[in-house]
Structure formats: structure tokens, C-alpha cells
Design a protein around this ligand. Structure first.
Ligand code: AMP
Length: 287
């Protein structure tokens, strides 16, 4: 596995791959890798000849500096996991190489960046879109793999790729969960013991909404209320939003249908967690 830290070096490596007609898959991450990230790497491996994993804690997407400062760093473990997963390049760009002095460009995706997560975290998605665009320019992948756990992020990346004409295929992979259903996240390590237990109410709430939908309920307000009632039954949980949305526009729906998605954000004992479930599917994929 090659370790690369500058966009210039990465482009040289990409040029070499291109000269031998090898296809490239990119898996963008912020490091602190867990099974969820590894599942994306496995998907990437199936879709291209070589796999680039980027691990970069992107300062632009943290509206709260203390959140950035506390973001977990597990540099050696990340490297080991990538080697074990036969990743070809682990790309950890230096922040100064990523954002040279005077950096002033930002990508803003209207509406999609402003709703849901964007409403609670102003500027967050501008940072995400800008860093993803930079990664796509440097890695020139044929395919880029994202987790559907960050549902709004994938919707936004798809919009940007279409709008700016990047010739990359965007693939989203299913959410990997802990045994009790909690979606894996690098932020879960910040949960207290009681917060960790309380966090189960998120997948439980989603599961209850899926069950109601499969028994014939299509009123989004009813499905949303079901999720909320599971969440607020625990005093450590405060709900930011629960919405049933269209998977492409993320606009609220009038009547729920298979393929619509229930999006949830909640603060559990001080930690912001997001999750979602597609109506007409089941949540738990026990492996
Ligand atoms: P992050 O490092 O949290 O920015 O995530 C990097 C990528 O991994 C994003 O595309 C996430 O959606 C994806 N990801 C994070 N958690 C999971 C999970 N539990 N299952 C699948 N993919 C995930």
C-alpha cells in the first residue's frame, strides 16, 4: 500500500494507473475507520481495479471548532486496517497542501445544503462539497463510494457531480450497524455508557416506523410521530428532526411510499447522531 500526502503525488500515481488502463475507486473518509468504512472499501474493491482511501479530517466542514479538535484520530489503526483490506493508496493530505494559503473557494449547493443537517450545521455541506470536489479532481476516480448513513451527503454529492459534470459514478452502500442496531459512527466513542444505551432508541424508532409502514400506514406525520415517541421516551435524547422525504430532492412527502426515506437527527447525551431508513426495507442486516 502506498501512503500519499500531497495532491501532486496522488495525481502522479493516478496518471500511472491510467497509463496502464486500470480503473480507480475512491472512498472518502475522515479516518477513525470502523467496519462501516471497511464495507465501503469492499464495495470499492468490487467496482474497480485499484482502491484509494482518503482519510482527512476536513476543517471546512466543522462549524464548531471544538468538535473538530475532539474528532478522533487513529492513524496507525487506520493504516493497519487499510493494509489488511488490500487498499492500494491511503491518501492523507497535509492540510496546507489541501488548503494552500489564501484558499477562498467554496462550493454551495442551493437548498440541499440548507435543509435538515444544513439547517442545524450552517456551512457544513459547503465544506463537504468543497473537499469532495477537490478529492475528485485529485483522484480522478471512475467510481466513488459513500455510505447511505449520511443520506443527505450522498444526495448532495450526486447533485454536485451532475451539476459540475464530473465523470464519476457515485455509489452508496448500506449502513453497517452494531449488534443492537446503532449505526456505526466514529462519534459513537464519545457516548457515555448511559448515552450509548439511550442511542438504541434511534434504530428502535426507525424500526417501529418501518413496521407501521409495512402494516399500511402512509401518513408521514404518523410515521414521524412514531420515531419521535421512541426517542423522547429517554431523557438523554433530544430530537433535532424526523422527516419522511423523497430520496433525491429530500423534500417532505405527502404520502409515504416504498423508496421514501425516514431521516433522523438527535443529540444523545451531547453527541449528535444521524440515521435513516428506507421505507419498504428492513433495518437490521445481521451478518
Ligand atoms: P466519515 O469518516 O464519518 O466522514 O465517513 C466516511 C464515509 O463512511 C461516508 O461516506 C459515510 O457515509 C460512511 N460511513 C460512516 N459510517 C458508516 C456506516 N455505519 N456504515 C456504512 N458507511 C458508513
Amino acid at each position: 500500500m502506498d501512503l500519499i500526502t500531497s495532491p501532486v503525488e496522488l495525481r502522479a500515481w493516478v496518471a500511472e494507473m491510467r497509463s496502464t488502463r486500470r480503473t480507480i475507486a475512491l472512498v472518502p473518509t475522515m479516518g477513525a475507520l470502523h467496519e462501516g468504512h471497511l464495507s465501503l472499501i469492499d464495495v470499492a474493491r468490487d467496482l474497480a481495479d485499484v482502491v484509494v482511501v482518503s482519510a482527512f479530517v476536513n476543517p471546512l466542514q466543522f462549524e464548531d471548532k471544538s468538535d473538530f479538535d475532539r474528532y478522533p484520530l487513529t492513524i496507525e489503526a487506520d493504516e493497519t486496517m487499510c493494509r489488511e483490506r488490500r487498499v492500494d493508496v491511503l491518501y492523507r493530505p497535509d492540510p496546507e497542501a489541501m488548503y494552500p494559503r489564501g484558499f477562498s473557494t467554496s462550493i454551495h449547493i442551493e437548498r440541499l445544503s440548507e435543509i435538515l443537517e444544513g439547517a442545524s450545521r450552517p456551512g457544513h455541506f459547503d465544506g463537504v462539497a468543497t473537499v469532495v470536489a477537490k478529492l475528485l479532481v485529485s483522484a480522478e476516480p471512475d467510481v466513488a463510494v459513500f455510505g447511505s448513513k449520511d443520506f443527505q451527503q450522498v444526495a448532495l454529492v450526486r447533485r454536485m457531480v451532475t451539476d459540475l459534470g464530473f465523470s464519476v459514478r457515485i455509489v452508496s452502500a448500506p449502513t453497517v450497524r452494531e449488534h443492537d442496531g446503532l449505526a456505526m459512527s466514529s462519534r459513537n466513542v464519545r457516548l457515555s455508557d448511559s448515552g450509548r444505551i439511550a442511542a438504541r432508541s434511534i434504530p428502535r424508532g426507525l424500526e417501529a416506523a418501518l413496521a407501521e409502514f409495512s402494516s399500511g400506514r402512509t401518513d408521514p406525520a404518523v410515521l414521524e410521530a412514531t420515531v419521535r415517541s421512541r426517542l423522547v421516551s429517554n431523557s438523554l435524547v433530544s430530537v433535532d428532526y424526523v422527516h419522511v422525504v423523497d430520496p433525491v430532492t429530500l423534500a417532505p412527502v405527502v404520502s409515504a411510499e416504498p423508496g421514501h426515506v425516514v431521516l433522523v437527527a438527535a443529540i444523545v447525551d451531547g453527541v449528535r447522531l444521524i440515521d435513516n431508513a428506507e421505507l419498504g426495507t428492513t433495518l437490521f442486516q445481521f451478518r
